[in-house]
Design a binder for this molecule. Structure first.
Ligand code: KIV
Ligand code: ZN
Length: 501
């Protein structure tokens, strides 16, 4: 297999996203996760830009093992020295030097002629090589650089010792065909090109960052520079997860190519980067958006339930996403509702299902998403109309400060009266134990709340309980002017729900 080197620049170009700056500890945490993700190189920062960035790059170089650790530098000695002094602690340090080569940048920004640019680039690469064996050079704004001049610069920096030459589409201006031709042109016209890796670095101003990177890979680029969640200057950089999953999913097109990414770590890394940079991921973002594996249309849900590949080209678990989400809403059909009910533990007969489905549709017209709790409430209400497994008939308790609380409860179940007595730590506990004896359930009380529904001493008390029955948690509610009776009814309500399931 031919390896496509994944060069992650989340901590450098990604951090250049307006509002996304990261502190020392956050950079380290992301770098550690990028290593777990399996990236080949981490561009950890731009050491000359601030003492804080220098320290963060140095800490990453010292503590994160596995990937190449790279620092960015302008083609200026003091930048290169700072970059080296930060990355030298890594087992695999790299210095990334850049200098603009397009007419616009040379004329307005650098105010330098072509010959001067070549000299500066060569001198910078040589200086970097005197410190570090692994040197990358980027002719900034390469995609808008005159081709003949670009070939000349690339040739010169390779001769000076650059082992990777990156061809940045700095302003996200190129298109897939044009960029792929540019890479081919470099491969065909730079004499010593085979002694270096051609890298690509695409920005997303026209939304083409990933498409351009992939087109370049097909033309022979073997390193892709990218960021998690597509973070980066302006509209961002090409997104790591999209490039990696495109190469993986379309193996038929990217024949014989592979990356070292552990795709199952993608979602976790995306969440971490989003949390620490404070940059939310849009719901419909490819691969890592909340809706990337969610289906709402009834036709799609039906298809996915029959065979996931009908509407899913990536298995959610392959990117560590968990499972396909069927969002229940007004477009959902019966098949999805039945499946969700099964997951919730309900197998309904046709009559109950028809009623529950009609109520589901009515609610879905009023509410964007129907959650599991909504569905459970609908089904519970429908079922309790016709079947109540256990009903309270009578109770008696004795309690006091010198007697052990004892409860006797009579329940009606399927026309029969059943009765049990139990002691407990308190009167409510005694009642619940007596009910457990009769119903065969063994509930663990997780939460108990009582409130008065109306005012005054004769107020109606409402008890709400949360009970775990062998790990399945259900809620119950009961009301009475007697708080023990309200407590018993709440428990029976929960027992009935679990019995229905
Ligand atoms: O976009 C760009 O040109 C860059 C270079 C520094 C590689 O980020
Ligand atoms: Zn960039």
């Amino acid at each position: 297999m031919e390896k496509i080197i994944v060069f992650d620049t989340t901590l450098r170009d990604g951090e250049q996203s307006p509002g996304a700056s990261l502190n020392h500890a956050e950079k380290l945490e992301i770098a550690r996760q990028l290593a777990v993700l399996g990236v080949d190189a981490i561009e950890a920062g731009f050491p000359i830009s601030s003492p804080g960035d220098f320290d963060a790059v140095k800490a990453v170089a010292k503590q994160v093992k596995g990937p190449i650790i790279c620092g960015l530098a302008r083609s200026i000695e003091k930048d290169i020295d700072a970059a080296y002094n930060a990355v030298k602690y890594s087992d695999r340090p790299r210095i990334h030097v850049f200098l603009a080569t397009s007419k616009i940048h040379m004329k307005y920004k650098l105010k330098k002629a072509e010959d001067e640019i070549v000299k500066l680039a060569v001198a910078a690469v040589k200086h970097a090589r005197s410190k570090c064996v692994d040197v990358e050079f980027s002719p900034e704004d390469a995609s808008r650089t005159e081709k003949a001049f670009l070939y000349k610069v690339v040739d010169a920096v390779i001769s000076a010792g650059a082992s990777t030459v990156n061809i940045p589409d700095t302003v996200g201006y190129t298109t897939p065909f044009e960029y792929s031709e540019l890479i081919k042109g470099i491969k065909e016209n730079v004499p010593n090109v085979e002694s270096c890796v051609i890298s690509v670095h695409c920005h997303n101003d026209l939304g083409l960052g990933v498409a351009n990177s992939l087109a370049a890979v097909l033309s022979g680029a073997r390193q892709v520079e990218c960021t998690m969640n597509g973070l980066g200057e302006r509209a961002g950089n090409a997104s790591l997860e999209e490039i990696v999953m495109a190469i993986y999913t379309r193996r038929d097109i990217f024949k014989g190519m592979t990356t070292s990414i552990n795709t199952k770590e993608i979602y976790k890394t995306s969440r971490l980067v989003s949390k620490l940079t404070g940059m939310p991921v849009q719901a419909n973002k490819a691969i890592v958006g909340a809706n990337a594996f969610a289906h709402e249309s009834g036709i799609h849900q039906d298809g996915v339930l029959k065979e996931p590949s009908t509407y899913e080209i990536i298995r959610p678990e392959d990117v560590g996403f968990g499972e396909t989400k069927l969002v229940l809403g007004k477009h959902s059909g019966r098949h999805a509702v039945v499946e969700r009910l099964k997951k919730l533990g309900f197998e309904l007969d046709k009559e109950h299902l028809d009623k529950a489905f009609d109520r589901f549709k009515l609610l879905a017209d009023k509410k964007k998403e129907i959650f599991d709790e909504d569905l459970e409430t609908i089904v519970d209400e429908e079922l309790s109309k016709t079947s109540e497994e256990f009903k309270l008939e009578h109770f008696h308790i004795s309690s006091g400060d010198e007697v052990k609380p004892e409860a006797t409860i009579k329940l009606k179940s399927h026309g029969k009266t059943i009765e049990a007595t139990s002691t407990g730590d308190g009167p409510v506990d005694a009642c619940y134990k007596a009910i457990d004896k009769m119903t065969g359930s063994s509930g663990k009380l997780l939460d108990y709340q009582i409130r008065s529904v109306t005012g005054g001493k004769d107020a109606l008390g409402e008890v709400s309980v949360k009970i775990s029955f062998k790990g399945r948690v259900v809620s119950g509610r009961g009301a009475s002017t007697d708080i023990i009776e309200a407590s018993i009814k709440a428990y029976i309500n929960a027992v009935n729900k679990i019995a229905r399931k």
